[in-house]
Ligand binder design. Structure first.
Ligand code: FAD
Length: 375
């Protein structure tokens, strides 16, 4: 018999928001605390592949989600001379009426999920976090940084790469580390006919991609080696991004000189962390980036976060006690997230070493095949 009614979600990002929706749909009482008082997300995009479209269907959020993004089918690969060399057709895992893949602005996805969370009756508090957790008598006593307190049957740490909940469970055993690469992103108008994820390489191993986001928008991402993890003033970013794109050919080269608006360029060092032991202790569990922050090379980080909460919510909805739900959750999620973590890092390292033996279309094809398996 189930022993959970009151749930606290720490973190109102992609994982926390999808979890709140699903758990409210299953009749749980849900409180959510979010550290960022503005509770916002930046406007560049995110790629969501066929397994994520399927997971959003399972979460009961697919129609709203599709309305906030741009559906597309194929992934295309270009050689350093800018010529298209390979194409992987999408697989419609959510059913024939739904697209294989979706590109979506993070801000649009965030607003869509926030609206759903509030509509479904989650109690949201902003600008605070968890101060401490004490587990006793089959419950978790939580103190918050605003001096308030609460008692919960389950606490879900969905608080991202630098998770406070993770450090409360594991101390400093798991800390994100810099990979040596960073990502540059900016938006452009989407030309007519630009309806696939297009990936590009330069001669030194850096990669870039164009992703459709809406009827009138697409975004460009670029991964580069950044030894020493430098920090740049925002005003420098357009010129630095243009400089790093100088060896690209094809569609990316044609866009380069249009990168002039510092407020539109988002720069982010790539960090990773993977909790290589059960993601729970007692009645506290980690999901999404708090448990596994991966590199963006396979475009699956948010996908794994969404899949995590779909599995956890379904298990909790099944009415099993927490002592059975959390091990079952971890068992269903470990291998898949580890595969994404390891494969993403392999691609990241191959780029940094400019390893031409890496067959990028093959790696992506295998990943799509693997993630097509049921969760
Ligand atoms: C450059 C880059 C590109 C990416 N591209 C893709 C892509 O194309 N496709 C894809 O699937 N994934 C992509 N990812 C990965 C994806 O962004 C993450 O995997 C995803 O955001 C994880 O969701 P999350 O909810 O677990 O964490 P987050 O999205 O980080 O959300 C965590 C939330 O918790 C809040 N928070 C943090 N600390 C606390 C605290 N102590 N208390 C309360 N709240 C807190 C934060 O403010 C935030 O709202 C990319 C990542 C990067 C860095």
């Amino acid at each position: 018999m189930g022993d959970v009614q009151d749930i606290l979600i720490v973190g109102g990002g992609i994982a926390g928001l999808v979890a709140a929706c699903m758990l409210r749909d299953r009749g749980f009482t849900v409180d959510l605390v979010e550290k960022n008082p503005a509770w916002n997300a930046y406007g560049v995009g995110i790629i969501q592949q066929s397994n994520v479209v399927r997971a959003m269907h399972q979460a009961g959020l697919l129609e709203r989600y599709l309305a906030s993004g741009f559906p597309f089918e194929d992934v295309e690969f270009h050689s350093p001379d800018g010529v298209r060399r390979a194409r992987i057709p999408g697989e419609r895992l959510a059913g024939p009426d739904y697209p294989a893949n979706v590109g979506v602005r993070r801000s649009a996805l965030h607003e869509t999920l926030k609206a759903a969370v509030l509509e479904k009756g989650t109690r949201v508090r902003l600008g605070l976090t968890v101060q401490g957790l004490v587990q006793a008598d089959g419950a978790v006593d939580v103190t918050f940084t605003d001096g308030s307190a609460g008692r919960y049957d389950l606490v879900i740490g969905a608080d991202g790469a630098h998770s406070r909940v993770r450090s409360l469970l594991f101390g400093e055993r798991y800390v994100p580390t810099f990979t040596g690469q960073s990502v540059w992103r900016t938006n452009f108008p989407r030309p007519q006919g630009m309806e696939a994820l297009q990936t590009f390489r330069d001669v030194s191993g850096n990669s870039a991609g164009l992703v459709p986001l809406s009827a009138d928008l697409m975004y460009l991402y670029l991964t580069t080696r950044e030894p020493g993890n430098p920090r740049f003033a925002p005003g420098q970013l357009p010129a630095l991004m243009r400089e790093r794109l100088k060896d690209f050919r094809g569609a990316v080269a044609e866009l380069r000189e249009q990168i002039t608006d510092a407020s539109e360029v988002v720069y982010r060092p790539i960090e990773v962390v993977f909790v290589d032991e059960p993601w729970y202790a007692g009645r506290v569990v980690l999901v999404g980036d708090a448990a596994h922050t991966t590199t963006p090379h396979l475009g699956q980080g948010a996908g794994m976060a969404i899949e995590d909460v779909v599995v956890l919510s379904e298990l909790l909805g099944g009415g099993q006690p927490v002592k059975d739900v959390l091990p079952a959750f971890f068992a269903r999620r470990y291998e898949r997230t580890k595969y994404i973590q390891d494969t993403s890092l392999m691609v990241c390292r191959a780029e940094m070493e400019n390893d031409h033996t890496l067959n990028h279309p093959q790696v992506i094809g295998e990943m799509l095949h693997y993630t097509a398996r049921p969760i």
